[in-house]
Design a protein around this ligand. Structure first.
Ligand code: HEC
Ligand code: HEC
Length: 166
């Protein structure tokens, strides 16, 4: 029982060091590029079918943007992106899904709200996050924004009896 932490440490070292060593063909025991994360995050291919996002968006920025959409709507990439029937992989440039088309409209809408309207609001108390709307402002983790029905009466300052007609 007492030797358990030791074995855990050995396993940990074996599994973390091995891939790094075989990956680094360059000389020198501690190449600075040896980030454990770098291999798992395969770079996205260069986009070929952008119609609303900036065409010179960096792969990192594109990935962050897409993760943001997925998180804001509570969905996976495949909610908007069609699967290639041959490879069974997501075909990101394909426009086959209506959800992707709707998302383009939504991206443009969100941009207009911010550029044309939110930019005119000058609230000295606003935090940076208050200054613009995002997909999440409306969607809040749902692919279809939930309908909001204000709770009846609760916000009236008056006692319910006084507010009622006689
Ligand atoms: C809410 C819908 C939505 C979700 C979810 C989504 N995307 Fe997208 N994605 C789009 C839209 C819309 C475009 C096209 C943008 C444009 O036309 O400028 C796009 C474009 C892309 C492109 C560029 C394709 C090309 O070559 O033009 C890649 C790559 C991509 N998405 C990856 C992802 C990944 C990875 C995920 C999951 C983390 C994801 N997307 C989730 C809507 C979505
Ligand atoms: C101002 C509120 C608002 C904002 C901001 C907003 N949406 Fe929407 N979105 C809606 C509403 C409302 C609907 C439902 C429209 C309908 O079905 O006719 C919707 C529907 C959608 C759908 C279709 C869902 C489905 O089940 O077919 C997608 C995809 C979507 N939005 C993506 C986005 C993305 C991505 C963003 C951010 C770039 C965004 N939305 C920002 C209000 C908003």
């Amino acid at each position: 029982m007492q030797s358990r932490p030791f074995f855990v440490a050995v396993f940990f070292l074996a599994f973390t060091l091995h891939p790094l060593q075989s990956q680094n063909s360059s000389p020198g025991p501690s190449a600075p590029s040896a980030q454990p994360d770098a291999k798992a995050r395969r770079p996205l291919p260069k986009p070929v079918n952008l119609k609303v996002l900036p065409k010179d968006i960096t792969p990192e920025e594109l990935r962050k943007t897409m993760r943001g959409y997925a998180g804001a709507l509570g969905v996976e990439c495949g909610f908007c992106h069609a699967t290639n029937p041959q490879t069974h992989k997501l075909d990101f440039p394909s426009d086959a899904k209506d959800e992707k088309t709707t998302a383009r409209t939504m991206i443009a809408m969100t941009r207009s709200i911010n550029e044309q309207y939110m930019s005119q609001v000058h609230d000295p108390d606003a935090t940076p996050a208050d200054l613009h709307v995002t997909c999440g402002t409306c969607h809040r983790g749902h692919s279809m924004p939930e309908h909001f029905v204000p709770p009846p009466q609760e916000h009236h300052r008056q006692a319910p009896e006084a507010a009622q007609p006689h």
